[in-house]
Ligand binder design. Structure first.
Ligand SMILES: [Zn+2]
Length: 324
């Protein structure tokens, strides 16, 4: 009986990963002052907010990424340097990734250890988180992991498949051919396109092997997909990844949603769960581990009476599993 665990930001917040809603404040109000950060702040203020400075509190990382992505894609302004747009978008992602890098999160909490013990061979993880909490956890306490459609593992029968539907801080993609590259968990810093004099040791790794030619390298970009970045779904590997997640969900006997609220803005994910539930030939049981007071209405719309809202937080739920 295979289970699928769907992880949202609530899963990683116990490990100290910031919720995306608080990311801008953490990037710009954390007391770190660097030349790049000041340039980034003035660029976003001037380019997207007509010089206003209240955007750090009033908007979100995902809103800014979506706006930059659409502008970069449609190129609507005649006098804008679009290489500069790419540079600042990557710089913003780099600062965000700094908040999520493995040494900034603590996956050693007891509840995570118990969770790793709950996973059985054949179970899968679908995560909307960009951080590496689940990977580190499965490497240290579990039987390892593989990324379906992206990487194999030696003993596939025993290690869990981890579907990272919104990308990951250790993944990059080529803007020309769409190839997605997965790097070791430690490679989360990225030389910025257009930044001069960056002699990072990993520079050679972070160019597209298919598209780079002698004298002209094609730098890879962070594979971080905010829910509203619809354009990114044109990447062929990402489409296969979503399709594979759909099949895995449809074949699951039990689905657990942990720290995931099914946000209304994420229409694609809603459709994924809806379609999988319709495709499934099994009497699926669905469990919500989202804490107390979190509305289950949208989950009930999808799964009807199969939904069991545990009302427990992740820590309480793992504790209850330990006792079983
Ligand atoms: Zn390429």
């Amino acid at each position: 009986m295979n289970c699928v665990f769907v992880l949202g930001s609530g899963f990683s917040s116990d490990a100290g990963a910031p919720l995306t809603g608080t990311a801008l404040g953490k990037i710009f109000h954390q007391g770190r002052v660097t030349r790049q950060l000041s340039e980034l702040k003035s660029y976003i203020s001037d380019f997207l907010y007509q010089g206003r400075s209240d955007w750090i509190n009033a908007s979100s990382l995902e809103e800014i990424l979506s706006r930059l992505d659409i502008i970069r894609h449609y190129k609507p302004y005649p006098h804008v340097d679009y290489d500069e747009v790419i540079y600042f978008e990557e710089l913003l992602l780099k600062e965000f990734i700094r908040l999520l890098s493995p040494d900034q999160t603590n996956y050693l909490e007891k509840s995570y250890q118990i969770f790793a013990g709950i996973l059985k061979a054949g179970d899968s993880i679908i995560t909307f988180n960009y951080d590496l909490v689940i990977e580190n956890l499965l490497s240290v306490y579990g039987n390892g992991f593989h990324y379906p459609e992206l990487s194999m593992c030696k003993n596939r029968a025993s290690c869990a498949g981890v579907f990272k539907l919104h990308g990951s801080i250790n993944m990059y993609y080529c803007p020309f051919c769409g190839q997605i590259y997965r790097f070791p968990e430690s490679v989360t810093s990225h030389p910025l396109p257009g930044a001069s004099g960056n002699k990072n040791d990993t520079t050679a790794l972070l160019n597209c092997l298919n598209c780079s030619r002698q004298g002209k390298n094609i730098p890879l970009r962070h594979f971080i997909i905010a829910p509203t970045l619809f354009k990114s779904y044109s990447l062929p590997t990402l489409r296969s990844l979503w399709f594979s997640a759909l099949k895995t969900l449809a074949e699951a006997a039990e689905v657990f949603f942990i720290g995931y609220s099914l946000p209304p803005a994420d229409i694609l994910s809603y459709q994924l769960f809806d379609f999988a539930a319709r495709l499934s030939c099994l009497e699926q049981r669905v469990f919500l581990v989202n804490g107390r007071g979190k509305p289950a209405k949208r989950f009930k719309q999808l799964y009807g009476d199969s939904v069991c809202d545990t009302g427990m937080t992740f820590a309480e739920w793992t504790e209850s599993k330990k006792l079983q």
